[in-house]
Write a protein that binds this ligand. Sequence first.
Ligand code: SF4
Length: 455
Amino acid sequence: MLAAMPDSAPSPLSAGGTSPRDGGDACPGTLRLHRADDGALARVRIPGGVLSADRADALLAVAGRFGDGELHLTSRGNVQLRGLDAECGGGPAELLGAAGLLPSAAHERARNIVASPLAGLDGSPPVGGWLSELDSLVCGSAAAAALSGRFLFALDSGRGDVDALGADMTLIAEGGDCLLRVGAADEVFRLPSADGPRAALLAAELFLRAARDSGAWRVKDLPDDVRTALVRAVGATVGPVVHRPRPRTAKAPAPGPVTAPDSSTPATTATTVTAISVGVPLGRLVPAQWRLLTETARRYGNELRLTPWRGIVIPGPFGPPGPSTQSAQSTQPAQSGQSGRAAEALDALAAAGLITGPDSPWTGVGACIGHPGCAKSLSDVRAEAGAAVGPVGRLPVYWSGCERRCGHPHGEWIDVVVTPEGHRISHVRGEHRDPRTVVRNDPAALASAVSGARA
Ligand code: SF4
């Protein structure tokens, strides 16, 4: 069982240097819109990325009635609505609230929770119980309303996928227990699975105390001594320490069918298609695509899972795989000619422009909103990324219109950033950045350089 939260902050706080809060927490939400060049922007938190078909309908309705009609997936599995009318007032929040997407006005920007999209679908344990409990606990905690829009919880089914995203508090399923990671610490705490959500909230509340003087938004922003003291304080309240370095590579679900061992049959090798997974080019969905995804979800499990890699997983059941169906989560590439309901659904989604297999040139390509949506952008990076798509590369690539690199991936990736000198291409591995080249005003050379860097 968890110990009570200590009354005092974990350590004296170092208040030196510039506080990350000095610039203010500018993260947009549903109630606090951001003014962009293409109109107001709302970011709707979708804890765990999990949406029912009805809630997906509500998002589309708001996008169509108040915005530009499109839905943009974020690197945390949330949805952004763009081009909102300055006169929309509380209209979007009213509709989203009626659909259950705004359970607490005070906590709307604190509900930042990512979850393994394939939890319970690929043989790894489900994390839905953690998700609903943690979301309820966050919304029920007066203290948690002070968490910034940047603070992140992650619920990892043991795949190591969202554990690699650098969340502030991560719960990891392991052998029926739960591991709690605070920030990027290599030491995690083991505790009973049922205690996980409460421990994560408790640790977040301890973080808020620790951050009081330094003004940090996130665990990584804390001064070293304060962060060490925070980890120690969390450990004193939860359980024994286990050495478990954080995974460096965040592995997105591959597009295609998702299979798992079929527990309904005694044959140990039998599998069943539990879900389908698609990628969304540049994370942007037009109404017809969103409608098709929602209709597909309604036909099967009535659920969509928005992934932190700008993809969508639709749980089934889709039945047994056809003779030529190869799970996209296998180490082998998916084969064409898939049969059955999964293949039918994937074919329709592919025809609508979504990524349904590993051979799509859009696989692994991402970009920020760029020009004309963002005033800071030095170019239309989405158009440039589209013009440069080519053979699928080993590494993902992310195009940014300026050095802020909003929504960039984690782990190992190719960074293309527009600078006054040209497009600068770098190879990023965690915190390490290896500059490769700068290409100026030459689209063909740029495409070739990007392709070479990804190979
Ligand atoms: S990276 Fe720069 S250009 Fe792109 S959306 Fe962010 S601020 Fe705008």
